[in-house]
Design a protein around this ligand. Structure first.
Ligand code: NAD
Ligand code: DAU
Length: 343
């Protein structure tokens, strides 16, 4: 394991993972393969742009020709697939790209990995594949998948195809299912960066429904270290949950965030809920802990650190919020917030 193809490496978690790999392993070469959708951003990789161990290829994971050519050219031995359409609300508005990238794109990568006899294919997946989790229970890796949004269904399909390639073709695969990540370079459509950047500008924070939904807001650096652990010590053919193993209500997350930014509670607006909103995710993370991994940060620490990163890095997010984002924001929140709430 030495020459990595990091698909989706210009996105939020992918770019954090690239920085992690290049920061920890001097002999690894990293090729980022990314379509640069609205969520892909080369600013995330500025600090490694001159590193001789880093290469960038602009491409679609649904393109088998370019994926094969890239794997051959850079003598890739390991694919880590972060590439995906990732926002649940966008999957509700228009699921098409989710099926193409998350289902067909995953299949294309698996086929290339098989044809080129790669050492490892790693699929980055999500706790959303387990669906809504009742109070008092935490999902384990052998639980059946029960996705409820188009996004979650497309990710569950990717997982099932990955496991089928292991069973049928002996492809050396691993899968990780992560809880909500937060931290630097997250596109400000996701709740924590959206609320942090809105709060900085004294704009309303549109909380869906009663705000009592529960999520495990883990720090992205902890997630990246866990994916690294699974790549190096995980068992082939296995799935590993990744999260802190604790969750909190969205209203609690907002309180911590407003406190970190010294902003008032009256910015909170309860708005119409997300259709089919999963009330609670909760992961049992014993299996990844047994590999010797522990999260470094609590949810509260992760939220505070993230809020401060957005406060200190306006260069990164202001230009995003001025572009395509405005059309999306109007479509998603215009009616919910009324004219006063849309920037
Ligand atoms: P993101 O939306 O920030 O980035 C996705 C990246 O994939 C972008 O750089 C985009 O340009 C690229 N991409 C999209 N379609 C592509 C295609 N067809 N070909 C090549 N590149 C393409 O996503 P993220 O939040 O960093 O998530 C990364 C992965 O982790 C995803 O697979 C997601 O399902 C999973 N995940 C995310 C979270 C989370 O909280 N963000 C939690 C668990 C799992
Ligand atoms: O759980 C892992 C998943 O986490 C990843 O697989 C997804 O890619 C990622 O987008 C994230 O999904 P969520 O739907 O949990 O994240 P989001 O940030 O969209 O929402 C988090 C919670 O906040 C959820 O309960 C919905 C709520 N929310 C979200 C937005 C955008 C609001 O109340 N208001 C909002 O404006």
């Amino acid at each position: 394991m030495k020459n990595f193809l990091i698909t989706g490496g210009a996105g939020f978690i992918g770019s954090n993972f690239v920085l992690h790999l290049l920061g920890h392993y001097t002999d690894y070469q990293v090729v980022v393969y990314d379509k640069l959708t609205y969520a892909g951003n080369l600013d995330n990789l500025l600090e490694v742009s001159d590193d001789p161990r880093y290469y960038f290829v602009k491409g679609d994971i649904c393109d088998p020709g370019l994926v094969t050519e890239t794997v051959r050219k850079y003598e890739i031995d390991t694919i880590v697939n972060f590439a995906a359409e990732t926002h649940v609300d966008r999957s509700i508005m228009d699921p098409d790209a989710f099926v193409k990238t998350n289902v067909n794109g995953t299949y294309v990568l698996l086929e290339v990995a098989r044809e080129q006899n790669l050492e490892r294919y790693h699929q980055v997946s999500t706790d959303e594949v387990y669906g809504d989790v009742p109070e008092g229970y935490s999902s384990i890796e052998s639980d059946p998948v029960a996705p409820r949004s188009p996004y979650a269904a497309s990710k569950a399909s990717g997982d099932l195809m990955t496991l089928a390639f292991f069973t049928t073709y002996d492809l050396p695969v691993t899968i990780t299912r992560g809880a909500n990540n937060i931290g630097p370079y997250q596109y400000p459509e996701k709740v924590v960066p959206l609320f942090a950047t809105n709060a900085i500008d004294n704009l309303p924070l549109p909380i869906y429904g009663d705000g009592r939904q529960m999520r495990d807001y883990q720090y992205v650096g902890d997630h990246c270290r866990a994916v690294d652990k699974v790549l190096h010590f995980g068992e082939i053919g296995q799935v590993y949950n990744i999260g802190t193993g604790h969750e909190m209500e969205n209203l609690t997350m907002v309180e911590i965030l407003l406190d970190a930014l010294d902003r008032p509670g009256d910015l909170i607006r309860h708005v119409t809920d997300r259709p089919g909103h999963d009330r609670r995710y909760s992961l049992n993370v014993d299996k990844v802990r047994q590999l010797g991994w522990e999260p470094e940060f609590t949810l509260a620490e992760a939220i505070t650190m993230t809020a401060h990163w957005y406060r200190d890095n306006e260069w990164w997010w202001r230009k995003i919020k001025m572009g395509e984002f405005q059309t999306y924001y109007e479509a998603q929140y215009g009616e919910r917030l009324g004219s006063a709430g849309v920037s």
